[in-house]
Design a binder for this molecule. Sequence first.
Ligand SMILES: [Zn+2]
Length: 471
Amino acid sequence: MTNSLVSAIDGVITYLAKLVDTPKINYKELVILSTWLQTAFEVYILRRQLPCYERPLPPPALKQHVSKETFTKAQSYSKDKTRFALVKLVFDQFLGWGLIKLGAYAGLWKFTGDLLSKVGISSSRVTTHSLAWMTILTLISSLPGLPWSYYQTFVLEQKHGFNKSTVKLWIADTFKTYALAAIIGLPVLAGFLRIIDWAGRSFVPWLMVFLIGIQLTLQIVYPTFIQPLFNKLEPLPQGELRTKVEELAGQLGFPLKHLYVIDGSKRSSHSNAYFYGLPWSKHIVIYDTLIKDSTVDEVVAVLGHELGHWYYAHPTKLLLVTQLHLLLTLTIFSIFINNQSLYSAFGFDPSLAVTKPQPIVIGFMLFQLVLEPTDAFVKFLLNAETRRMEYQADEFAVQLDKKSDLSSALIKLHITNLSSPHNDWLYSMYHHSHPTLPERLNAMDNYKGEKRLKLKGVQKDEVEDEGKKDL
Ligand SMILES: [Zn+2]
């Protein structure tokens, strides 16, 4: 039964692979066309959003909370950010287009091969050649982004009073990020390529196991080894806030192990709070900026919202969705893995698609280019799902009787982060992982009444069991 299913899937993949390996499809032109279309769509969305920042007044729901001065500042900051995003988007498109048009992918493959043979490494060492190629390709496509990152931190954020970083810190951060990408990325890529090489056409399940293992390892390694390279986490000192947070966690059966404050203010005055950890041992992290700007009850209300995410197992559900997306991507890749037309369209020798050992990295990168425009659809769907989760977590906080504290905390967060309350609906659908502030306040107002009944339920013991079941 299982065998016949596997061979049926294999048959479909072989059929589709033949179908899409034809010189009739010019993959290079297809990629160029689709990336231009995607960029045009994103430019259109940003252009729709810009007029929202010209509106002179905040929406009625916020009128009594936001001063005219703050509103004007928020409008001007949002306008600058969106204009920046617009110019950067066009720049990135030209960069990507230039790399494809100039044949950089194939050119750099030859260049790195020649370079390696000069230092005595044979070009038959496919993994070494692949890693060298990826390193150079990554540097060439990401280094032009550095001046933009500098401008964003030291001009744009600075102008609106958010930047707390120094040039020294920015340079150190950049170096650390590149070093980490190399230390983690290159061995993972080597493993990825070796597994496909070893497993052949049926690599998908093996690769999934490998990639899930890597993700789980990173989840454990990140807070212990990676985050301390950038930020300092300190235990939240004893006091009213700590007592109230522990009390809330206790009531809900949240397995709180550590409660930290993070020095987010080192780089920026934007604020936040989150939790992470294994199902039986969770850590809550609160930004020092959030504590500074809010009352104790407001911070607790924000955590009430965060614990709503835990209660409904949102992170686990998102993780599952990501794995399904990964599985789908790899399955489609198995259709393209020996596609000679794809290789030759980008200037590679088509025999590279079928030789052994095969430089699979080339096929994978070219396949990514072909698949890239579908990211826009995935983004729409994923954002719709996370917005639904945000409403659910807000509702949870309301049921904990924290509506007014959460509302005032959210209003303060939006004011201190200078987010504009006006948004174009299509822009919001595409870009926002969270509903807008007026949407959230309205939704919380509508939870009144029948939902109050659930409040009793939340505080009953049965809910503690529910919570554990959700882990
Ligand atoms: Zn949330």
